[in-house]
Design a protein around this ligand. Structure first.
Ligand SMILES: [Zn+2]
Length: 298
């Protein structure tokens, strides 16, 4: 699987915040037809008039605090369907595999009813139930007990399988940290995510230069200064270092400085906005390296 394939889920316009999803069934075929980088560079013209590349839209979506974007980033499983229930009678939805359910969304179709999911029987489950009732207000648009009713459901959950890429695992953890208000930790993890991606990319580049795995490991282990890796070593191996892009580098340096202050125990107040900025800054730097790399780091 190509490096970014796992991130082809949705993209969001940074002006009007409207988003679109990729079709999970056809995304692998589209990537192999166009090539991953060509697809990431494709320009989208949003209905609001804003133009952006798909990769910029993916970053925007990953940073967004819209509930669907956040659930998509945190959960690796999503199922949905429409079912016929009888109001007042429990209905069981069986899922294809066991998962830790994060959220169930239920939507009434054609008419109303009071519907709620029930899934707290165990940590992991391969089913949940829909419980329903008529409205207490004798509402005319609502179905009565024992009437047939159509409900569409969507489940977001986690299988527990780890992504193959460490930096993508860290990405999901940053999203969770932001959801739970752990903003300082999200800044630290954003730096770790960047460093994990950088090390992995440098490792591929060193090996493509003919070094053995062991020699590459020794070089990366001996370089304790991240600026040396992101600026000098990356430039030497790939013609462009992170400092080749002034604006991305400026924000990235600020992220490294903030990370150091937090890691060294300074009493820094980090709010949600700052944590989201840290995530965006790390992702901008990651995509910059990936999109400009002449070495195949897949
Ligand atoms: Zn737009």
């Amino acid at each position: 699987m190509a490096v970014m394939t796992g991130l082809f889920k949705s993209y969001t316009c940074n002006e009007c915040k409207s988003g679109r999803s990729f079709d999970p069934q056809s995304i692998e075929t589209i990537i192999s037809t166009y090539g991953e980088k060509n697809l990431l560079n494709k320009i989208i013209e949003c209905s609001c008039g804003n133009k952006f590349s798909i990769y910029e839209g993916i970053i925007q979506n990953l940073v967004s605090d819209n509930i669907f974007s956040a659930l998509e980033a945190v959960c690796n499983l999503r199922y949905h369907d429409t079912v016929q229930i009888i109001v007042g009678k429990e209905y069981t939805v069986n899922l294809p595999q066991k998962l830790l359910i994060n959220q169930v969304f239920l939507t009434n179709i054609d008419a109303g009813a009071i519907v709620a999911p029930h899934f707290f029987s165990s940590f992991e489950t391969d089913s949940f139930t829909i419980v329903s009732s008529e409205s207490k207000d004798n509402d005319s648009g609502f179905k009565k007990i024992r009437e047939n009713h159509k409900v569409s459901w969507a489940v977001f959950g986690k299988s527990g399988d780890k992504p193959t890429e460490t930096w993508i695992l860290l990405l999901t953890q940053i999203k969770e940290q932001i959801i739970h208000g752990q903003y300082n930790i999200a800044v630290l993890t954003s730096e770790m995510m960047f460093e994990s991606f950088l090390d992995k990319s440098l490792n591929k580049m060193l090996i493509s230069e003919g070094l053995s795995k062991e020699a590459s490991y020794t070089i990366l282990e001996s370089m304790k200064n991240i600026y040396d890796k992101a600026h000098k070593l990356l430039r030497d191996l790939d013609s462009k270092g992170l400092s080749s892009d002034k604006s991305i580098n400026k924000e990235w340096v600020k992220l490294m400085e903030l990370r150091n202050k937090i890691a060294h125990g300074e009493n820094i107040d980090v709010d949600k906005e700052k944590a989201e900025w840290a995530l965006k800054t790390a992702l901008d730097a990651i995509f910059y390296i990936y999109m400009n790399s002449s070495v195949d780091i897949n």
